[in-house]
Ligand binder design. Structure first.
Ligand SMILES: O=C[C@H](O)COP(=O)(O)O
Length: 316
């Protein structure tokens, strides 16, 4: 961290983003997947499913719909091993992501089921989705989520610090929250649709990484603009820059509006091109509700027969 302290301002000051160039380059990532991808789609689709943080984060969440999400995670665990491509391997989502109030319930359910107790439980915190709460409140919220059984925390930042270029204060805020998270993985949501410019997004990404974030995440899913390829490209470039400077690999989580298999695979393609295959172990896809995950699977022919067989329909 001393390294970061020494170079903090220098690293921020040297950032210059050419918006036109980013917008042009980002178009490439929205292009249809080519034949090489099609031939590997089953493999990548299974990978995509295993990268999803299955999420429900709406104001009308109840124990019932959170339990329903948990049950869908269980279903995936039990029918995916039946895929002909590998009859023994279990494929599960990367984590389940809920509001702090529901962590205890999910934790208790997972404890009762042998194969599920190792699935990470992520809680959004720090005043999700606006981030407009004082630091003491944010600390309490994280502590409550951890005490309830959360093993990962998705914090949101105070966007006014980014818009006002108050980088040092942003750093201190994230550092404090990282300290509160202890050993739990911390994903820092930048809410990029509210950061004002691509340059701000790059700088906020750097600050979040300098402050110790394990992942940087695009959005809460509740901003007007959420995960887009220009935002993703800038964040990946910042991650790569940070790696070159510090030798530390920070993860990336696009979230917000990712609904289909194609969406998920295009984000995987961006990671492979911009950061390389090693980064897939540090990559998550935030998708709300199980419907998004079902869409990811359902969009592909190979999977439709599995999903539409009567024994699987009875689970839905
Ligand atoms: O953290 C994940 C986001 O809430 C997911 O956004 P979404 O609801 O658009 O899938």
């Amino acid at each position: 961290m001393e390294h970061t302290e020494q170079y903090f301002q220098e690293w921020i000051d040297e950032v210059h983003v050419n918006e036109c160039s980013v917008m042009n380059h980002a178009k490439d990532f929205d292009k249809p997947l080519n034949k090489a991808w099609k031939s590997l789609e089953t493999l990548f689709l299974l990978k995509a499913l295993a990268l999803v943080d299955a999420t429900t984060l709406t104001g009308d969440d109840t124990i019932t719909n959170v339990s329903s999400l948990v049950n869908k995670v269980i279903i995936f665990k039990y029918y995916l091993p039946e895929f002909k491509c590998d009859s023994t391997k279990t494929v599960r989502v990367a984590a389940i992501c809920v509001y702090p109030s529901f962590v205890k319930e999910v934790h208790l359910t997972f404890q009762l089921i042998d194969d599920l107790h190792f699935i990470p439980i992520a809680a959004v915190a720090a005043g999700f989705p606006s981030g407009l709460y004082d630091i003491d409140s944010k600390i309490k919220e994280i502590s409550f989520a951890l005490a309830s059984g959360a093993t990962e925390i998705d914090i949101v930042i105070s966007r006014y610090l980014v818009i006002g270029h108050r980088w040092r204060e942003l750093y201190e805020e994230i550092r404090t929250l990282k300290h509160t998270c202890g050993k739990a993985k911390m994903k820092t949501i930048l809410s990029v649709g509210e950061c004002g410019s691509l340059e701000n997004i790059y700088k906020a990404s750097l600050v979040a990484m300098m402050a110790g974030s394990d992942y940087i995440k695009t959005s809460t899913g509740q901003e007007k603009i959420n995960a887009t390829f220009p935002f993703g490209l800038v964040m990946c470039r910042a991650i790569n820059n940070f790696y070159i400077k510090t030798n530390k690999k920070v993860g990336f989580k696009p979230a917000g509006g990712i609904r289909t298999a194609n969406d998920a695979l295009k984000w995987i393609r961006l990671i492979l091109i911009e950061l390389g295959p090693d980064w897939l172990s540090l990559f998550r896809i935030g998708a709300s509700g199980v419907l998004s995950i079902v869409c990811i699977v359902k969009n592909y022919e190979n999977f439709v027969s599995v999903l539409s067989s009567p024994q699987h329909l009875s689970h839905k």
